[in-house]
Write a protein that binds this ligand. Structure first.
Ligand code: NAD
Ligand code: WQD
Length: 324
């Protein structure tokens, strides 16, 4: 069976992808520098599947490491998840974001070219779309200037990949634009375990529920039914299955770049998500209403028809499943 390399595979999304790939009988190799993860996630995946993950600790900013890796290992397809992802931190440390995300991606592309591995699936984000676009967002919606350094890294990598494919060098590339992945594998052995203070809503809700941090709802004065902002939350296992479908497609594709939105295709509000979480887990916690967060959109959700049609992707998990 084909060997799939996941960069950043020990992280939240990468470890869920590793699990679903192993369940679908692919072999999995992971490269990660463990800057925002640990090998516990990989151990959990091995425990759940009874299968082995090949792991090498290493940094995609290190070209020699990548060249050496591809020289030794025969890889059929790369899923590129490695990178930094915290919006606020990217404003404080832009250089680190450009270095990790852009240089790291360029190094990876170079090593792949050197060793003729030309199948790549990239973790992109809804954050690339222009903030003035109408909802839902289509793959053809306009790309923005990027609201912050993190967003700009994703926009730049998108463009680099498009230019590589245009250079007609036999690339097959799938760019997946994730909306708001949340939740964890139903086994509860895997999950989102960021180092430091989380940025995203769901880990903050979890910490509020376990009383380790206070939750503030960023704005309840938007033009939405309950005043709080609306997002397209979808289950990380559905996201991971979307990658398995993408691997199956890319192994047959030649010389192409395809872009797919991955999201539920519907939005719910921050307050709705908090209420579902409290109901399904039969738990109550306090939260306060604060100011809007700078740069936040009132409403953001995907049109996901293309992924359904071309990848055969069908998200199955509900908002209740995401919160359980
Ligand atoms: P994560 O931080 O849990 O995983 C990223 C992994 O990459 C971590 O294990 C980290 O240690 C590793 N890493 C970082 N820099 C590295 C480097 N230079 N070399 C090797 N490994 C490195 O984040 P995640 O939520 O799993 O996100 C995975 C990808 O998906 C990221 O590219 C992110 O931008 C993208 N994405 C995430 C979301 C989200 O809401 N979580 C949404 C859209 C896109
Ligand atoms: C969701 C909603 C917040 C924290 C970000 C990135 C985006 C993508 C996904 C990677 C918003 C509200 C949050 C809190 C709150 N990541 N919120 N209190 O902003 O849709 O997107 O993550 O690519 O690039 O920008 O997700 O989880 O940060 O916020 O009220 O303490 O929760 O205002 O409405 P977002 P999020």
């Amino acid at each position: 069976m084909e060997i799939i390399l996941i960069t950043g595979g020990a992280g939240y999304i990468g470890s869920h992808i590793a699990l679903e790939l192993l369940k679908s009988k692919f072999n999995v190799f992971v490269i990660d520098n463990l800057s925002n993860s640990s090998t516990n996630s990989l151990n959990a995946v091995e425990k759940l599947t009874g299968k082995k993950i090949s792991f090498e600790e290493g940094d995609i900013r290190n070209q020699d490491f990548l060249d050496q890796f591809f020289k030794i290992h025969s890889i059929d397809c790369v899923i590129h998840c490695a990178g930094l992802k915290a919006v606020a931190e990217s404003i404080q440390k832009p250089y680190e974001y450009y270095e990790n995300n852009i240089i790291g991606s360029l190094n990876l592309i170079k090593a792949m070219k050197n060793y003729s591995v030309k199948k790549l699936i990239f973790s992109s984000s809804a954050t690339v779309y222009d903030e003035n676009e109408k909802m839902p967002l289509f793959e053809t919606s306009a790309i923005g200037q990027g609201q912050n350094p993190y967003a700009r890294t994703k926009i730049m990598i998108d463009k680099i990949l498009q230019d590589e494919v245009m250079s007609s060098s036999n690339w097959s590339i799938i760019v997946l634009r994730y909306f708001n992945p949340v939740g964890n594998d139903p086994s509860c052995l895997l999950g989102e375990d960021p180092k430091g203070i989380p940025n995203n809503l769901m880990p903050l809700i979890n910490q509020a529920a376990f009383n380790t941090r206070k939750l503030t709802v960023f704005g309840a004065d938007y033009d939405t039914p309950d005043g709080s902002a609306i997002r397209d939350y979808f289950h990380v296992s559905d996201l991971a299955i979307g990658h398995v479908n993408s691997v199956q497609k890319i192994l047959q594709d030649k010389n192409d770049l395809k872009i797919f939105n991955l999201g539920l295709g519907q939005g719910i509000s921050v307050l709705q998500l908090i209420n579902i979480y409290q109901d399904i887990n039969d738990i109550k916690f306090d939260y306060s209403i604060g100011d809007r967060r700078l740069g936040d959109l009132p409403i953001c959700y995907a049109e996901n028809k293309l992924a359904k049609q071309e990848l055969g992707w069908q998200p199955i998990f509900t908002h209740h499943d995401m919160c359980k």
